[in-house]
Design a protein around this ligand. Structure first.
Ligand code: SF4
Length: 275
């Protein structure tokens, strides 16, 4: 079904996100330095050590953030990701993201493009860690808009039993895949329900299908849980009868699962594809 859909996506460029994050850091550093210079005399009046202490702390924060960005670049290039930065990366991204969006706006870069670039960078970092979990430790969540709007079946509570797999939307294919591979699959109506589902299932890894905005906030929300994002396809506009590239979803899931007899699907699928 997806093959027939015209994909309006450009390839996400990881370097866009990196460039904007670096620029954001430079701007924050310059602004911070300006504020420090202006307040220098005032700080000195309070204590002669205060300008040095505050300036030093700020410099350490900037250097640490800079090294975090260098570490992300390294991970994209295939170098090991230092665990000290790994833990702080999403906190750094959270802090700098609004500045990056603002700079993007000045240069005419749409927020959606920046978010897409972030998801690509985040996926690359996760791939780089070669995270492997058992099928029942993986949670796949997808938004409600993936369901055919005219479908009468209530699938948010129990897609595995309530979807009739009529083939009119991608939910059916995901239910079949979940049954075959053994991962948890849920359809959620928003970020709150997604977070509740993560709390309830307590997975070790997440694969989320959503638009770039929801993926960006979702990936940062569930951190330190590793979450791979797959962008939905929106041939009918946002939030209405959306689709997903099932080949991409399957490939991402296979990448995350420990191969067992129950989920050694690469070969199975290939065999099936070959008839
Ligand atoms: S595949 Fe499932 S969710 Fe989609 S239209 Fe058919 S019954 Fe409804």
């Amino acid at each position: 079904m997806v093959d027939a859909i015209e994909l309006d996506f450009e390839r996400p460029r990881k370097r866009l996100f990196i460039a904007l994050m670096s620029l954001s850091l430079i701007i924050v550093a310059l602004l911070g330095f300006g504020v420090w210079r202006v307040s220098y005399l005032g700080l000195r009046e309070i204590s002669s050590y205060l300008p040095t202490i505050i300036g030093g702390l700020f410099a350490v924060a900037i250097i640490f953030t800079g090294l975090g960005i260098v570490s992300i670049v390294g991970a994209i290039l295939g170098l090991p990701f230092f665990s000290i930065f790994q833990r702080k990366t999403y906190a750094l991204i959270n802090a700098l993201f609004p500045v990056a969006v603002l700079i993007g706006k000045i240069f005419g870069v749409r927020r959606r493009k920046i978010e897409r670039s972030f998801v690509a960078v985040s996926n690359q970092i996760i791939h780089q860690q070669h995270i492997k979990v058992k099928a029942d430790e993986l949670l796949v969540v997808t938004p409600h808009c993936l369901q055919l709007a005219s479908c009468p079946h209530k699938i948010t509570r129990d897609p595995m039993n309530n979807c009739k797999r009529c083939g009119q939307c991608d939910i059916g294919a995901l239910v079949t895949l979940a049954e075959k591979m053994g991962f948890h699959f849920f359809v959620v109506t928003g970020g709150t329900l997604a977070r509740q589902t993560v709390k309830k299932i307590r997975p070790k890894a997440v694969l989320a299908i959503a638009c770039e905005r929801d993926l960006t906030s979702g990936i940062q929300d569930v951190y330190p849980l590793p979450a791979v994002g797959v962008m939905n396809l929106r041939p009918n506009g946002p939030c209405y009868n959306t689709h997903v590239d099932m080949n991409l979803v399957r490939a991402e899931i296979e990448e995350m699962l420990i191969e067992t007899n129950g989920n050694s699907n690469k070969t199975e699928e290939k065999e099936n594809d070959n008839g």
